[in-house]
Write a protein of this length. Structure first.
Length: 292
């Protein structure tokens, strides 16, 4: 197959993934909406709908994986050279993280918000960020592209998952403070479990994010002759690092847990998303993605 053939195949696979995630979304939405009967929770309906939704989610993730690989084969390089490629790979990392973590923790209840987020990422990538497969610009032609960007993408996927869990914590906490959980929310984990899961995700991935920043500095010295230039993306990456470091420090030394920790996690995650969306697309500097 030629590079053009691989590019067309990648596009087709991304669309297959998008539609499969849409069916997964419908399954999770059905399970959420019809899981409660007047006499109690219809667990058989919920389990069946969740099972079907999860199958579609796995099919979509497999198609997305093949689509990302085909994109790389079309240009004979890693598929991280522009914002479109970063987005589809980021969505893939987010989906895989959900599936892997879900093997230890029952996260099917998170399927609905996670499929919504993935559909937004892929939909935006296809409609607004798409760029034809092409060779890398000279500054990106380095082994550090694989090391630095892979670490950043993986970190972003887990940060987003941690943010989703923290948001669920705040939603349930607010519900309990107003008088108790709804019938649907009663099936979800305790606040303590959600708090610990969000913390463990951040604690696990924070060293990798630290490595991503250090690797980026080394790459910058090789490409531009300086380790750090305080351009917008470098600055916001460092701000994100400081906020997550503050989150971990507050938990370990000050004993921050629960609501305060969840809000701080969301603030840190928002800084990552600001860097990912605003700085990449509208920011100025050497780190904005080529073609945008």
């Amino acid at each position: 197959m030629t590079g053009r053939d691989w590019a067309y195949l990648s596009n087709d696979l991304i669309y297959v993934a998008l539609f499969a995630y849409a069916f997964s979304f419908l399954g999770y939405a059905f399970a959420t909406a019809f899981s409660v009967k007047p006499g109690g929770i219809d667990r058989s309906t919920t389990k069946r709908s969740n099972r079907i939704a999860t199958i579609f989610f796995i099919i979509a993730t497999a198609a997305l994986t093949l689509g990302v690989i085909a994109r790389g084969l079309s240009a004979t390089r890693v598929p991280w050279g522009n914002m479109y490629e970063f987005s589809i790979t980021g969505a893939l990392t987010f989906a895989i993280a959900y599936l892997i973590i879900g093997r230890k923790y029952d996260l099917r209840w998170l399927g609905l918000p996670i499929t919504i987020l993935i559909l937004i990422i892929l939909g935006t990538a296809i409609t607004l960020l798409y760029r034809p497969s092409a060779p890398l610009v000279p500054a990106l032609q380095s082994t550090w592209l694989v090391v630095h960007v892979a670490a950043a993408i993986f970190s972003g996927g887990l940060f987003l998952l941690s943010n989703t869990v923290a948001s669920a914590y705040l939603w349930i906490d607010r519900m309990e403070r107003r008088g108790g959980r709804s019938e649907f929310a009663k099936r979800l984990p305790s606040l303590e479990v959600l708090d610990q899961l969000s913390y463990r995700l951040v604690a696990f991935v924070f060293p990798l994010w630290t490595f991503a920043i250090i690797a980026g500095a080394i790459w910058a010295e090789a490409a531009w002759g300086r380790y750090w230039g305080w351009d917008p993306k470098e600055t916001w990456s460092f701000i994100t690092w400081i906020l997550y470091a503050a989150y971990l420090h507050a938990r370990v030394t000050a004993g921050w847990k629960g609501r305060k920790a969840a809000w701080l996690s969301l603030i840190a995650g928002s800084s990552y998303l600001f860097n990912y969306v605003y700085i990449n697309v509208w920011g100025t500097g050497r780190h904005t993605y080529s073609g945008l």
